[in-house]
Design a protein around this ligand. Structure first.
Ligand code: ADP
Ligand code: ZN
Length: 435
């Protein structure tokens, strides 16, 4: 039996959802046109007026927004309300080098926290739970979002923030944390650190984890589930649209339900900007249907995924998105071939390695090079040169069949790759330094 935070809307009929989306979109477009000159100009250039938007079907008439618009309009150019009505600022972690500042009214904060509360209840959270929030607090949205969601559910909230692994473990064990919220890479590190201290997975009271903010593979999910003895759920979001909780996984663990009473999702072809039918792989685009302070319309996320409206056994009716493969900016083009870091992670974990790796791309003599550094797991460790070479060759063969191009694999000593407390930095692209 599923747990819902807002059952009525989470399980509303498709007709009801569309009715809500129609009503909110018409109102929102009128509001943005009146209040945000930057977007009004884009609409005028495209020759579209608020009265042209009568239902959600008309959304394709609206212009897109992208990260470069956010930069151009920085900091206040996309504000949808007077600054006096805003109560909060959050900012992106700058993974792709461009920081974005987003604003929230109290209504926006409530809406966002409710989305996070839906996510917590979807993994079985109740007021009996102890929720350890090990996402960073501060400008980053991870900590604030899950913290607020946990309060709304009425759980006992442990505002740990990221890092200080010793204290995380002590509080987790002493206070009996039952739900852990963190980046998947930090969750993996906590699992590893617990084992090093002699704890077995059944020694902790955790039952579930809510992990997101960075791409992670199914293999990584299984590895975390094993090391912590929990079920690991995905959560997705981005600062521009609010933060974590834009979409979240239910007990089915088959895609994340998008909170589409607030955020309308489309998938487009990133080159032609054509809207693609359900089931196609493409770039995810969001329209904030009722946010006040930062009401982005048709915002291009650069995240690549697939949408499905197939019925979900949890009872939720909201559209689901697949795990994003990574952003279009994360995709590496190596010797003309598209490579996602997640493909490399899949190979490594399938071969029994831990998710401690780093990818280095460079260009030597006009040819791209791909080097993968991965730690020897302690139990597999060997200093015999022939053993090392054999293992490297096996990984290289598996990489070639997954990626279609060759990679040079380097096994390195246990504990030599830096552990991440927030979003992991998996790729160093030295080509960018030369260009
Ligand atoms: P930054 O762009 O600095 O990383 P954010 O902290 O707002 O800023 O991160 C949002 C981005 O993080 C998303 O656009 C997406 O690329 C990534 N992301 C968030 N959650 C997930 C997830 N569950 N799986 C994969 N990627 C995710
Ligand atoms: Zn579901």
């Amino acid at each position: 039996m599923s747990n819902y935070y807002q059952q009525e809307i989470e399980t509303a009929s498709r007709d009801e959802i569309i009715r809500i989306q129609n009503e909110k979109l018409v109102k929102q477009v009128r509001h943005v046109y009146d209040k945000v000159p930057y977007y009004r100009n884009l609409m005028d250039q495209k020759g579209v007026k608020p009265e042209d938007i009568k239902t959600i079907e008309d959304i394709h008439k609206l212009p897109f927004l992208s990260k470069s618009d956010l930069r151009d309009a920085y900091p206040y150019g996309l504000l949808g309300t007077d600054l006096g009505n805003c109560v909060r600022i959050q900012s992106t972690s700058g993974t792709t080098g461009r920081r974005v500042v987003a604003f929230y009214t109290q209504g926006d904060v409530d809406l966002w926290e409710e989305c996070c509360a839906r996510a917590i209840m979807a993994v079985g959270g109740t007021n009996e739970d102890v929720v350890q929030v090990a996402y960073g607090y501060g400008l980053f949205t991870g900590g604030a979002g899950l913290h607020g969601g946990s309060h709304k559910v009425g759980s006992l909230t442990l505002p740990m923030s990221s890092g200080n692994t010793e204290r995380q473990i002590q509080f987790m064990m002493d206070l009996g944390a039952t739900i852990l919220c963190a980046t998947p890479s930090y969750a993996a590190y906590l699992g590893e650190s617990l084992a090093e201290r002699g704890y077995k997975p059944e020694d902790n009271k955790l039952k579930a984890g809510i992990f997101g903010a960075e791409p992670w593979t199914e293999e990584m999910r299984r590895s975390i589930e094993k090391s912590l003895g929990i079920k690991a759920y995905d959560i997705y979001g981005l600062t521009e649209i609010s933060g974590p909780g834009v979409a979240f996984e239910c007990e089915e663990q088959k895609g994340m339900h998008i909170n589409e009473d607030h955020f309308y999702a489309e998938v487009i072809d990133p080159d032609t900007e054509e809207v693609l039918p359900e089931g196609s792989v493409g770039e995810l685009v969001f329209t904030c249907l009722d946010k006040e302070a930062f009401p982005l319309l048709r915002y291009r996320t650069r995240d690549i995924c697939v949408l499905t409206r197939e019925k979900c056994s949890c009872g939720r009716t909201h559209v689901r998105m697949s795990k994003p493969k990574g952003r279009s900016d994360d995709m590496l083009i190596i010797r003309g071939v598209n490579v996602f870091p997640s493909q490399i992670e899949t190979v490594l974990l399938n071969q029994g390695y831990a998710p401690n790796y780093q990818i280095e791309v460079d260009r030597k003599n006009n040819t791209d090079t791909l080097d993968v550094y991965v730690e020897f797991p302690t139990e597999m460790f060997s200093d015999k040169v022939s053993d090392v070479q054999k293992k490297e060759a096996a990984l290289e063969a598996a990489m070639r069949s997954m990626l279609g191009i060759g990679a040079k694999v380097h096994l390195v000593l246990p504990k030599t790759i830096t552990r991440s407390e927030g979003k992991a930095v998996r790729v160093i692209d030295k080509r960018k330094l030369h260009d």
